[in-house]
Design a protein around this ligand. Structure first.
Ligand SMILES: [Zn+2]
Length: 357
């Protein structure tokens, strides 16, 4: 029952992806994030939405939209703009609609067009993690923001269970007057009293290299936070949070799909398991540092077989023209850019150089 429309199975992040965030070639970095990192991050957010649609039985994208960052907005003199991107984000947030979020007001008493919270995945040179957080807090009416905090207090026990299952922790503020150890509920009350407006639930960070199964375990982790996210959405619409109903639906789905991702692993232990599967090891052998970006750049960030790019919702891969197992070398000439669709079509026995066809 997995989503066959997305190439989730081909998504992972390796040390070349990590090192990219540290490159000083800013235009290469921007291109690589736009054409290679962001498309992979978007697949992850899409999968989260796909599963949420199944669990909750309605179209999540009616009230939410996929958010991505950086946005690569173009300006007239784009060539002179060199931004240093050192992160990549995909996730969901409230859809941008005029006069829609009537439960939420800005300080100027205008109804919100954009909501101040996101459920997102964040990749940077430290690794990949998910979080549910609120933001842009200075513009908001305290009464509006307090609705989220009051909801949290009223449902603190169930929220704590969800945090535990998702391996997330809340980032709570302290100051010298506050007791260092408080029940979660009391701590949120202290946030209201002190007007600390930020509330972040952050999952475990998965360090590079990040395997496909680790990504899937993070999607499951983010799913545990989805009832809280959907409750926030309802609060912003000035409706009942429906929180307990969402938790019930999530429970039902978990019961009927215990192995949604069959290779679901504990992200904290997987890196200790030695990989002795030689055949798959051969496929996973790392292309040398940085060469991937050179190959993509030479091939103009397009699949050399079909011509598709990130704008066509494909994931680009670097392919050995002559496989390593057949003596193919780790040289620029022996690599070509293939999209995930063409890459599946080309077996390891096929030495076709699609670039010179
Ligand atoms: Zn292709």
């Amino acid at each position: 029952m997995s989503n066959t429309n997305t190439p989730l199975d081909s998504i992972s992040f390796d040390h070349q992806d990590k090192d990219l965030f540290l490159l000083d070639n800013l235009s290469l970095k921007a291109d690589a994030i736009k054409h290679s990192i962001l498309p992979r991050m978007t697949v992850i957010a899409n999968e989260l939405v796909f599963i949420m649609n199944q669990i909750y039985g309605f179209n999540i994208l009616e009230d939410s939209s996929i958010v991505k960052s950086p946005n690569f907005r173009t300006t007239k003199n784009r060539a002179s703009v060199k931004l240093n991107y050192n992160y990549c984000i995909s996730g969901i947030s409230g859809v941008r609609k005029n006069n829609y979020w009537i439960g939420f007001e800005k300080k100027n008493s205008k109804t919100a067009n954009v909501l101040p919270f996101k459920l997102e995945f964040n990749l940077d040179d430290s690794g990949l993690f998910f979080m549910l957080h609120n933001m842009y807090l200075n513009d908001w009416k305290v009464e509006s923001l307090n609705k989220l905090f009051h909801f949290t207090i009223a449902n603190s026990a169930l929220i704590q269970s969800l945090l535990l299952l998702s391996k997330s922790s809340p980032s709570l503020f302290y100051d010298k007057d506050s007791a260092p150890i408080l029940p979660f509920k009391d701590h949120i009350e202290l946030h209201i009293e002190k007007e600390w407006r930020e509330l972040i639930y952050e999952g475990p960070i998965i360090k590079f290299p990040i395997s496909n199964s680790e990504i899937k375990s993070l999607i499951i982790g983010a799913l545990y936070l989805s009832p809280i996210y959907l409750a926030y959405i309802n609060i912003a619409k000035n409706q009942e949070s429906n929180f307990e109903e969402y938790v019930k639906l999530l429970n039902q789905w978990l019961k009927t799909n215990p192995n949604y991702f069959t290779e679901k692993v504990d992200p904290l232990t997987e890196k200790n398991i030695p990989n002795i599967d030689l055949e798959s090891l051969d496929l996973k052998i790392k292309v040398m540092q940085g060469i991937r970006w050179q190959v993509f750049q030479r091939d103009l960030w397009r699949c050399v077989s079909c011509g598709r790019s990130s704008e066509d919702n494909v994931i680009l891969h670097v392919d050995h023209i002559i496989p390593r197992s057949k003596g193919g070398q780790d040289k620029l000439e022996n690599y070509q850019t293939l999209c995930h669709i063409c890459n599946i079509g080309k077996s390891n026995k096929d030495n076709t150089n699609l670039r010179n066809r």
